[in-house]
Every structure is written in C-alpha cells, then in structure tokens.
Design a protein around this ligand. Sequence first.
Ligand code: UTP
Length: 407
Amino acid sequence: MLEKVKAKLKEYDQEHLLKYYDELSDGEKKALLEEIEATDFDVLNSLKNALHAPKRGVITPIESMELPEIKEKEAAFRAKGLEAIKKGEVAAVLLAGGMGTRLGSDDPKGMYNIGLTKEVYIFQRLIENLMDVVNEAGVFVPLYIMTSDKNNDKTVKFMKEKNYFGYNPDYIHFFKQEMAPASDYEGHILLEGKGKLATSPNGNAGWYVSMHKAGLSAQAIADGVKWINIFAVDNVLQRIADPVFVGAVIEGNFVSGAKVVRKVARDEKVGAMCLEDGRPSIVEYYEMTDELMDAKNEKGDPAYNFGVILNYLFSIDELERIREGNLPLHVVEKKIPYIDENGNFVSPTEPNGYKFEQLVLDMIYEMKNCLPFEVVREFEFAPIKNKTGIDSVESARELCKKNGIEL
Ligand code: UTP
C-alpha cells in the first residue's frame, strides 16, 4: 500500500504528505495511507482552471416576483403550498456542514446561543420557525440536516440533548457531506496533523449527492417528497417550507425558486439573480461591473436588484436529473490550520490557502427555470456570519427584536 500511495503522491506532486510518516504509530500510518488513497486529488486541477477561469456567459435580467404581486395572490399561493405540505410533498434540508470560521466558535454554528435573558440557540430559532408551518399545516415537515465530519457528532448530540427543540424526531434525519483537501497557495495539500490531511467540507452544493449516498433521497422519493427547500443555518429569521413560496413556485410551473431580497445598495455584497445565456443564474457581487449595476430592466428598475439569501426550493425530479453531472469546484481563500515544516501546529489569523467548494449557484444554473421570489428583508433575513458588525450576532439580535422574538 505504501508504494501505491507514494506513486499517487508523486503523480500529484504531494510527496511532502509523508514527511512525518516514520514518526507515526502503526495505526496512524495505516489511517494516513488510507486517507491519501481515498482523497480525490483531482480537485487541485481546479486551481489551474481557476487561473484560466472560463468567461461567464451573457448576463441578462431575470424577472422576479415582487411583493405587490405576491400580496395580491398570497391566499391562493398559501392554499396551494399548504396542500403540498399536507400531502408530505415538501421536505427541508438544513445546510449545517459549514465551518463558521468567521464566527470563531469551535462548536457547530447552530449551537451558538444568541439569547440575552434566556438560551436561544440558532438551531432552536430555525425549529421554532418551522414549527409555525407545522402548526399551520397540521403535519410535520421532514427535516434533513446536513453536517460534516467536523461537526456531525456534536450536532447530533446537541439536538438529542435539547430534545430536538420540540420537533418530532421521527421527521429529522442527519447526513454528512463530503470533504475535500485544502492546500497552500502553491497547491500543496496541507497537513492538519502529522498523520492527517487538512480537509474541509466541500461547499454548499454537494448536499443532494451526499443525501443520495446516505440513501435519504431514495427514502424521500419513496415517501412522496416532490420539493426540497434548502436553507442556511445562519439566518435566524429563516422562513422554512414557507407555504406562500412553495405555492408560487408550483402555481407558476417552475422547477425551482429562490427567495430574494431587494438590494439596499447597487454594490451590496450579495449575489443577484440573473439569466446567463438564457439560463437562471447568479451574478456574484464581485462580478458586478458598473454597467451591470446601472442596467435597467423592461420596467425601468435596476436590472440586478434582487439578492439571494440561500433559501431555495428545488423539484426533486430536477435534482435527480442533475445528480450525476459534475458541478464545478470553486477555489476559495480561507484560514486553514496546519502543521508547519517544523511539525508545529499553526492556527492562522489570516487566510493562508485554498479550499475547494461546490456552490449552490451552479445548481441553479442547471435548473430549467427558477422563480426569484421577493421577501421582506427585515422579516426574513438576519444572517449571522460575524461576531460583531455587519451580518453579526448583534445585527441579528436587533432584527429578532423587531420581529417580536424574545431573546
Ligand atoms: P458560508 O458560506 O457562510 O460558510 O455558509 P461557513 O463555512 O458557514 O462560514 P465561514 O465562511 O467559514 O465563516 C453558508 C451556509 O452553507 C453551509 C453553512 O453551514 C451555511 O449554512 N455550508 C457551507 C455547508 O453546509 N457546507 C459547506 O461546505 C459550506
């Protein structure tokens, strides 16, 4: 096995990964060799590809469904959405595999307590919001929780200890996402221990493949699920399996939908919905040129004015259709703890390398169509990315207060 691994490392110019091999115990040696064998080093190719990134297609505006229209049709959408929920056709997937490095807690993000006078955990807030729908529909919505190798055990234990915050555990299923190796700026995979590669969760778009590998998508299909609502762990005002949103997507014969908020500034740092070569897509804030920022749509409004909030609805048939296709890997600069050349563990305070992630925007691009569905930011968008400042625990607390949520 050692010879085989050495050959693989040579091929990918990663021979440094065995630098501490002789210092390891027999068990550690075996584990390291197995890990190297199992790791897909082809992800490193995306580093080369990123430097010659293919140009984006032609970006044009996409029509969003805006608040006045939603208000007018709300009752019909709600009835349609509730009908699907009652039939068990709508499931939710909580994306909780991220590392939450910006928040700087060692625990999974959902375990963060934002309470002031009592305990209010992020997971608790999400379950409370979902319970609104459960109470309205009179049925539990199947909730799949995606974790990663790094936070699975803590997440599962915490949820059990907290009695799933009152949710029916028969409707909660956990699965782990895949991991990808992380590298330094030269493309050398980092070691996080003398016998362990630095790995990180592979982004927020691998969830359906991971769900499939865990046998859970087959189970969902057998149970009659037709729609999956995915959402980020860190938005404490997240409306989950929102009947009005679900109803609007079904009524409009769409195969997917994206909750969006009106941007507060033309250069706000959110991805905006668009069409790319006629297909639904997202233009990232750093790709927004002056021309795009000033562009107007047919109504004379800013053309790329609706930002995504990581709350999407997908038809399960469409997810099955695209499951086998490979989504591109994005190269993301991050802080990656590692073992330096002297064998010391370093926890960097600045980004020091690359992680490789699949992003959900590429899933949207694979969809036949997508309905951008406007929601009121103050009621539905309170992301927690940082401890203080923008998108922080502080700003989320303020927004919770505005929504009458006791903390
Ligand atoms: P972010 O892009 O904010 O990443 O995730 P993060 O890892 O949580 O935080 P930072 O960047 O390290 O501070 C957006 C959502 O996608 C999920 C996160 O859990 C969050 O709900 N996510 C992200 C995954 O589930 N897996 C991933 O690999 C990455």
